[in-house]
Design a binder for this molecule. Structure first.
Ligand code: GFB
Length: 313
């Protein structure tokens, strides 16, 4: 990518898109194209076609998606599959038609089978049943991968697909019914500390294992892969290490300074037992994560205090 190339970041108000914009700017890319969902509804084919035909970006990061934690995925399966399919089909097709030079599609580690061998390699895609709480989202993301591969094969369209592990960081969603576990726990521990509550309730059994990648690392990996990686094969993006939800809760409690009890609500779903990515393919491109989990949680908590002041809704 040249510094004055026109780069469209779809989803720039989201966790990942916002981080990609910060990363691009820090590397000196200034010709960035962004549209809020109110300005451009990516689910609307005509609007997306018109936008691409008028703007003709050189590069596209497709970071727009309908995302959420385990409960949101389980509660709104139709919204998750429809919105994500529509956005992927519209953006990838319009980008190809408008002569975009390269597109980077963001998938998710939940595309892999529920009981995939750990750590999960890229070749484990479509080798087993999906985790039921998020299969709708996963199927949409798998369709996005297949769109990229099919457009490369049939039209020679230069689209790559990267699979992030569970992400967190500044700009995350802290709404307890829709968020992922890390921001949810930060908020729960913070509010319990403020209110002097004797206990914090953590969903599930605390035994599932998850890998957490700071979104600034994710954005850096996306821009790096856009610059150096070519090909049909998908690429996992993670840190290569995981923790149990109980360990995560302990760490978040420490960062927040909460000294009460942690109790587990086993009536809430655990989801997939373990989700750890094999990052060998990524490492071969010369990239690795830099932000450790304790450091990342600490800076995310600082962001939460500064921006939401404990009043997230
Ligand atoms: O982050 P999370 O919602 O998503 O949940 P997944 C991870 C684990 O944390 C589950 C537990 O075992 C939850 O039961 N957990 C404990 C909590 N307390 C909480 C809490 O207060 N809130 C939440 N949200 N979880 C998602 C998928 O799966 O991962 C998406 O649903 C996406 O599709 C995303 O792929 C990366 O890791 O289980």
């Amino acid at each position: 990518m040249e510094k004055n190339d026109k780069i469209y970041v779809a989803g720039h108000r989201g966790l990942v898109g916002g981080a990609i914009v910060r990363n691009l700017r820090s590397r000196g890319f200034g010709n960035l194209l962004m549209r809020s969902s109110a300005e451009l509804d990516l689910r609307c084919q005509r609007a997306v076609e018109d936008f691409f035909a008028a703007e003709r970006p050189d590069y596209v990061f497709l970071a727009a998606a309908k995302v959420g934690g385990i409960l949101a995925n389980d509660t709104y399966p139709a919204d998750f599959i429809r919105d994500n399919l529509q956005m992927e089909v519209n953006v990838i097709d319009a980008a190809h038609r408008a002569g975009v030079r390269k597109l980077c599609f963001l998938g998710s580690s939940c595309i892999y089978p529920k009981f995939a061998p750990q750590p999960m390699k890229e070749e484990h895609l479509l080798t087993g049943e999906l985790e039921p709480t998020n299969e709708w989202y996963a199927v949409a993301k798998i369709a996005g991968i297949k769109m990229c591969q099919a457009y490369r094969r049939q039209y020679g369209f230069n689209a790559i697909a990267v699979m992030p592990t569970n992400l967190y960081g500044p700009g995350d969603n802290f709404d307890l019914s829709g968020s992922h576990v890390l921001p949810a726990l930060l908020r729960k521990f913070h509010e319990a500390k403020q209110a002097g509550e004797p206990e914090v309730v953590v969903w599930g059994t605390g035994t599932p294992r998850r890998e957490f990648l700071h979104v600034d690392d994710m954005a850096d990996a996306c821009v790096h892969l856009m610059e150096v990686y070519e090909g049909e094969n998908i690429v996992n993006v993670g840190v290569g290490e995981d923790v149990t939800i109980a360990e995560l809760a302990g760490l978040v409690g420490q960062v927040v300074g909460y000294t009460g009890r942690i109790v587990y609500d086993a009536s809430k779903p655990d989801g997939t037992p373990r989700k750890l990515l094999d990052v060998t393919r990524l490492a071969a491109t010369g990239w690795r994560a830099h932000i450790g989990l304790a450091e990342g949680i600490t800076s995310t908590y600082a962001w939460y205090l500064e921006h939401l002041g404990g009043r997230a809704s």
